[in-house]
Design a protein around this ligand. Structure first.
Ligand code: NAD
Length: 507
């Protein structure tokens, strides 16, 4: 599964009163307006930083210059997004709160405040489509960011329900959503059979037209257990790499009876969620569990060098790890080499490793014989996220416990090893998942996928489809604007003509 959890250490929304208290003794010139990626805030002490950096002199020089009426910026001063460049807010350590310790409503309110792109996209969907007769089932990790998506969907007038495996349920969120009219078939205390039954109950109670899925688990269940319902689906929007692979396998086998939008394959999803958000949140979650210096000097093997593995490998290298990469695709292995990592066969790499990290999303990536060859005490973790990416199902004494972050495992005829997050995706089971701002982009693509399925209703063949590039560009433009940036606009359209070559001198 790819998804989310709340940003691990998140700052609560600041009330106007709190802001007032924080700044009351400072004269206005000691504060500097900076903008976070998503809003303008105030930073104290910025004046002294500017003095030390020598920018005062420039300020004095600028005082006499005529200013641009709109921005107040001296005419002639560079206009390279000055506002955005100066609009950063450091709210101070005293403001940092772990949202996992807040109530469900507080955590959801915080997430909602930081997901403006999803909000805009859903507004656009609702203005184009009447969703009052539509039923949407969502099968995603149930945490505050997913709750924002569910709320946004429900606000369009659609009937909305959610299911989720128990290990990925934030109970305070599940409880809160039930009070808001969302059909919740998920509970942190359920066993596997109860979670499966909950998913079937959601299909029966909601009779969804649309599904948002993670890992293709829910839609595949529908195909197997409720084939008539599956055949009537308008379509499915799939969040993850592993889910897209599963749907492609279904399509190849002639078993796919509905259109699937590969949300994962949109650049605004994979290029940010997989490449940035997952690497970042897996690193910070591991630091929370193991200590902030856990990577320094560590011999670490990353298995799988797709966007997830690459994002993680580059981050831990920066934190001092000696990273080796294993990828079964020679192209990915070569890319790793060009990025500066030795690429090795897993059989060679794992016996040397202090930490082995699976980033493939492929069953039994770390097999029993691999574990047998590892050093005693070496650590195993998954940052991809399908069941048994590490072959834990072959360990007779392994019984997972929801929420356990670290444990020892005994490998038959092998060493004792250390396992994080019971072999599930470390960031969303032992940490807060991908950052909110990243999930804002991923869920905006989900919203666009639903709109596309509705726009193309009856036109799309059963099979895996991708969103047009224009969707990515639209979402990117909104996300840039929310941060105070923009793409460049050429003065004229100089697109290439195939008829013009270097031999055409008249051109
Ligand atoms: N934890 C999260 O929050 C999160 C977020 C996004 C994606 N994911 C998941 O992470 C996984 C990886 O995502 P991605 O986008 O990088 O996928 P990808 O398919 O682009 O990359 C996976 C790489 O692993 C390699 N690989 C596959 N099996 C292998 C094996 N047995 N040994 C060595 N290499 C092998 C493939 O050749 C490929 O290069 C997927 O399952 C995806 O769903 C997790």
């Amino acid at each position: 599964m790819s998804l989310a959890g709340s940003t691990t250490v998140a700052r609560p929304p600041r009330s106007a009163a709190a802001e007032e208290t924080r700044t009351e003794h400072k004269p206005a010139d000691e504060r500097c307006q900076h903008k976070t990626p998503l809003g303008t805030k105030t930073v104290e002490g910025a004046e002294s930083i500017r003095k030390n950096s020598g920018t005062d002199q420039n300020d004095d020089e600028n005082e006499d210059r005529p200013t641009d009426g709109d921005s107040g910026r001296p005419v002639g001063q560079t206009a390279i997004n000055n506002d955005a460049a100066f609009d950063f807010a450091y709210t101070g350590v005293d403001q940092v709160t772990d949202m996992r310790e807040q109530s469900g409503t507080q955590a959801m309110a915080y997430a909602q405040e930081h997901m403006p792109i999803l909000h805009q996209l859903m507004g656009q969907v609702a203005s184009r489509h009447d969703l009052s007769g539509t039923s949407i089932a969502v099968c995603l990790i149930l945490e505050p960011k997913t709750a924002v998506l569910l709320r946004e969907l429900a606000q369009t007038g659609a009937r909305v329900g959610v299911c989720c495996e128990s290990g990925a349920v934030d109970q305070r969120v599940a409880d809160q959503l039930k009070t808001e009219g969302i059909l919740v078939q998920a509970d942190a205390s359920w066993n596997e059979e109860q979670a499966r039954q909950g998913a079937l109950d959601l299909l029966d109670q909601l009779q969804p037209n649309l599904i948002i899925d993670d890992g293709a688990s829910f839609a595949r269940l529908a195909s197997r257990e409720r084939p008539d319902l599956a055949a009537r689906l308008v379509g499915v929007a799939e969040e993850t790499t592993s889910g897209v692979r599963a749907f492609e396998a279904m399509e190849a086998a002639g078993a796919l009876t509905y259109p699937v939008i590969a949300v994962n394959d949109s650049q605004m999803k994979t290029g940010f969620d997989n490449a940035h958000g997952t690497g970042e949140s897996c690193v910070t979650t591991m630091q929370e569990i193991l200590g902030s210096h856990c990577f320094a000097g560590t011999r670490l093997t990353v298995i799988g060098y797709g966007p997830v593995g690459e994002g993680f490998a580059k981050r831990v290298r920066a934190l001092g790890a000696q990273v080796t990469v294993c990828d079964s695709d020679p192209r990915a292995a070569l890319k790793a080499v060009f990025d500066g990592f030795p690429a090795r066969n897993i059989n060679q790499a794992l016996p040397q490793a202090d930490m082995a990290i699976s980033a493939t999303g492929v069953y039994h990536t770390i097999a029993l014989e691999h574990m047998r060859a590892m050093r005693p005490g070496a650590l195993l973790a998954v940052i991809g996220g399908i069941a048994n990416e590490i072959a834990l199902d072959q360990l007779p004494d392994f019984h997972p416990v929801n929420g356990r972050k670290i444990r020892s495992i005994s490998v038959p005829d092998g060493p004792e090893l250390t396992l994080l997050a019971e072999g599930d995706g470390v960031n969303y089971t032992a940490g807060g998942g991908n950052p909110i701002e990243i999930m804002d982009l991923s869920f905006a693509v989900q919203a666009a996928a639903l709109a596309y399925l509705l726009d193309q209703r009856g036109e799309l063949t059963p099979g895996v489809h991708r969103l047009p590039e224009s969707t990515d560009r639209h979402i990117a433009s909104l996300a840039l604007a929310a941060r105070g940036y923009q793409a460049s606009q050429p003065l004229a359209d100089h697109s290439h003509s195939w008829q013009v070559t270097r031999f055409d001198h008249e051109h």
